[in-house]
Design a protein around this ligand. Structure first.
Ligand SMILES: Cc1ncc(COP(=O)(O)O)c(C=O)c1O
Length: 297
């Protein structure tokens, strides 16, 4: 499943704003790399699952919330690689009914539901006591091997600034490690208070040619507003690209807002990575419908 040839199409977006600023905005359509182990997840799992198999582990244990992209991606990859998968889920057993966990279960993933207090301790627990011969992939998949995989993701189509959404910081770290000296990266935090991630990222990278933008979290992780949803609908209409509300919509909103405010150098070329996450739309739509907002995707 982790073949070496995995290059996705890069497309250019056109809009009056981009034209007026002389900025070229390229989108690396990384969400097309796999149906269920999509986008950055494919790259984050690549070396982790290769290592698990090389060390003859037969079970993967990993962690996430009830709507986690990482949980679905891991379940799907394990299914194809003949590995057992266990999802340690922060939340209640009834969340098994949501579209994300239903999909993960369809790939054979088994779940253990734990409360927030237990979840905080997850990294100090020896999971091999419960799951024999298991290989543990951390929450969001971020570790050294994930960073190594993400460093292979970017296609150098001649850009000045790479943009990527940030959750745990592994994807941005890999991208920073793959930049040339004249290139920079901007990470768009999907979490409120994402400033703390700078420390995590600095553990994985040596270079300083990057920054973290924390202005576009829309209230926090998985928080949305009508403005964001309208932006997603308009974006799909104008560019025929489906965004996800947790990560990529916030990044693209941020890019366009920074352009309006002249916070991005005129005449530069941006490469924005669409990291996937569209599996989460179904679950989010249930929330959006209950608010009575217009959904167009
Ligand atoms: C679609 C999508 N984009 C971006 C990210 C952020 O990646 P990272 O956690 O490596 O910062 C995630 C979460 O992993 C994600 O699911």
């Amino acid at each position: 499943m982790f073949s070496e040839d995995k290059k996705q199409i890069v497309v250019e977006l056109y809009s009056p704003l981009l034209l007026s600023k002389g900025v070229k905005l390229l989108v690396q359509r990384e969400y097309t790399n796999d149906v269920d182990c999509m986008g950055n997840k494919w790259w984050k799992l690549k070396y982790n699952l290769k290592k698990a198999i090389a060390l003859k582990h037969d079970t993967i244990v990993t962690f996430g919330g009830a709507f986690s992209n990482h949980i679905v991606a891991t379940a799907s990859a394990c299914h194809r690689l003949g590995l057992n998968s266990i999802g340690i889920i922060r939340g209640e057993e009834f969340s098994k009914q949501n579209p994300t966990l239903r999909k993960a279960a369809s790939f054979g993933m088994n779940f253990k539901f734990i409360d927030r207090n237990q979840y905080r301790l997850k990294d100090s627990i020896d999971w091999s006591q419960d799951y024999e011969n298991c290989y543990v992939v951390p929450e969001g998949g971020t570790n050294d091997l994930a960073v190594k995989g993400c460093a292979e993701m970017i296609q150098d189509v001649g850009f000045d600034i790479a943009c990527v959404p940030v959750g745990t910081g592994g994807t941005l770290s890999g991208i920073i490690n793959s930049l040339k000296s004249h290139q920079t990266a901007i990470g768009f935090s999907s979490l409120k208070g994402g400033e703390f991630l700078t420390e995590t990222i600095n553990e994985y990278v040596n270079s300083k040619n990057w920054s973290m933008n924390t202005d576009y979290h829309f209230g926090g992780y998985a928080k949305i507003s009508e403005e964001l949803i309208t932006f997603m609908n308009d974006f799909k209409e104008e560019h025929s690209i489906l965004l996800d509300p947790v990560y990529t919509a916030k990044m693209f909103y941020g890019i366009f807002d920074m352009l309006k405010k002249d916070l991005i150098m005129p005449n530069s070329t941006i490469l924005a990575i669409h990291t996937g996450g569209t599996q989460g739309i179904e679950g989010m739509n249930e929330r959006i419908k209950s608010k009575g907002w217009k959904i167009d995707f």
